[in-house]
Design a protein around this ligand. Structure first.
Ligand code: SAM
Length: 382
């Protein structure tokens, strides 16, 4: 009796403090000397990007944003690649190097050629239709709220710009069948639609209330004729195989995670609340099951993109590594992780990347570029 009363009146430790304590213990080991600066980033105001809505009549918006010194980080990266490629071509011509031969290059030329070669996969694949404006490093200007056009469609969607990297890595091609397995509230679904390439888009989320927010976003940003090509469902993603297996060219598995930035800053809906300990401990298992469902939903030759907004290797690389084993052992499916290191080269002006992921890429929060965390890893089904 006495013990019960004591337990009921003991001061409650804020969930944000529990989260930070947990992060201090595990991330200081994982990130080493980088952790103090990442921690400071997590605790400061995050930066947003403005994803332009190609469906809205908002031709004036790029000019308006450029006057404020914002730039489209995607087209900027593509321009950089073109410059490298031109530099590489000039270097080759000047030294008379043959393609594939490194002889006769100076160190600088070799670096330009290496950068151009590393970045060329993205150059050929990136959908330049996605446009996202960000303010330069160190500039913490805020975007104005989105405005409706004459038909009521909003001109841009404010989101963590790092959330676009998984969508860009997915590399949607014309007429692809695309599955967004954990889609709500719908930021990445909207970005997938901005490519203009989805032959069919299935957007699923187990949460009915969050699915309502997804509908609202589609309503606010996408015209009816395009909305009609999207099928929104509320299945448990782990059962997707029973709905439609092996049919999609591209699958996005943006799993529930410890949402580190939210957990460090907000008491509301915090997964570090003591009552949610079990749920939090079970996250890697849920993530693995969702990733497996995504793998089974992809057709042979198709691609699966796994992403989280956590820094935790247990929720990132470990889940991917386990999925590769399970796919082989239980389903006889071979999966190959794809190298995305060219993303680091291309987008280094906008984001801070962690250079030591065993698999996939990780955007680290940083005071001068306070996006992320965002982990993403691309898998190709044989
Ligand atoms: N992709 C979304 C976006 O960009 O706006 C964010 C997705 S959020 C990180 C993870 C989502 O997974 C949540 O909306 C949650 O409701 C959903 N979820 C959790 N468990 C699920 C399950 N078993 N099946 C499908 N969705 C699930």
């Amino acid at each position: 009796r006495h013990k019960e009363k004591w337990a009921a009146t003991a001061p409650r430790i804020p969930s944000t403090r529990l989260a930070l304590h947990h992060f201090d213990t595990s991330y200081s080991l994982h990130l080493g000397a980088l952790w103090p600066s990442v921690r400071a980033g997590l605790l400061c105001e995050q930066k947003y990007g403005a994803l332009l809505n190609n469906f809205a009549a908002a031709d004036h918006v790029p000019e308006e944003l450029e006057l404020l010194n914002a730039t489209d980080f995607i087209s900027e990266a593509l321009q950089k690649v073109q410059q490298w490629q031109r530099g590489a071509a000039v270097g080759e011509a000047a030294t008379g190097c043959q393609e594939g031969s490194g002889e006769g290059r100076t160190g600088m030329q070799a670096e330009i050629v290496a950068q151009a070669e590393m970045s060329s996969p993205l150059c050929t694949s990136i959908s330049s239709k996605i446009k996202c404006y960000t303010f330069p490093r160190g500039d913490i200007t805020r975007f104005r709220p989105a405005r409706p056009d004459g038909l009521g469609l909003l001109d841009y969607y404010l989101m963590d710009a790092a959330s676009l990297l998984p969508v860009l890595a997915l590399d949607v091609q014309p007429d692809d069948f695309v599955l967004d397995l954990c889609a709500a509230p719908g930021g990445k679904t909207l970005a997938l639609l901005q490519t203009g390439f989805c032959g069919h888009l299935a957007a699923n989320d187990v949460s009915v209330s969050r699915t309502k927010r997804l509908y609202q976003i589609l309503q606010s940003y996408v015209p009816k004729e395009v909305r009609d090509t999207v099928s929104v469902t509320s299945y448990d993603g782990r059962d997707w195989d029973q709905v439609k297996g092996g049919t999609f060219h591209k699958v996005l598995v943006d799993v529930p995670c410890t949402t580190d930035r939210h957990s460090a800053m907000e008491e509301d809906n915090n997964i570090f609340h003591r009552r949610r300990t079990k749920e939090r401990q079970m996250l890697p298992m849920l993530q693995l099951q969702l990733l497996m469902a995504g793998i089974l939903a992809a057709r042979p030759g198709g691609a699966v993109l796994y992403s989280t907004c956590s820094l935790s290797p247990l929720q990132n690389e470990c889940v991917v590594e386990r999925a590769l084993d399970v796919a082989q052992a239980q389903f006889n499916i071979s999966i190959h992780p794809e190298d995305l290191s060219h993303f680091r080269t291309l987008f280094q002006d906008t984001f801070s990347f962690f250079s030591e992921c065993r698999l996939g890429e990780l955007v680290l929060p940083h005071l001068t570029a306070n996006f992320g965390p965002m982990y993403f890893c691309k898998l190709r089904r044989e």
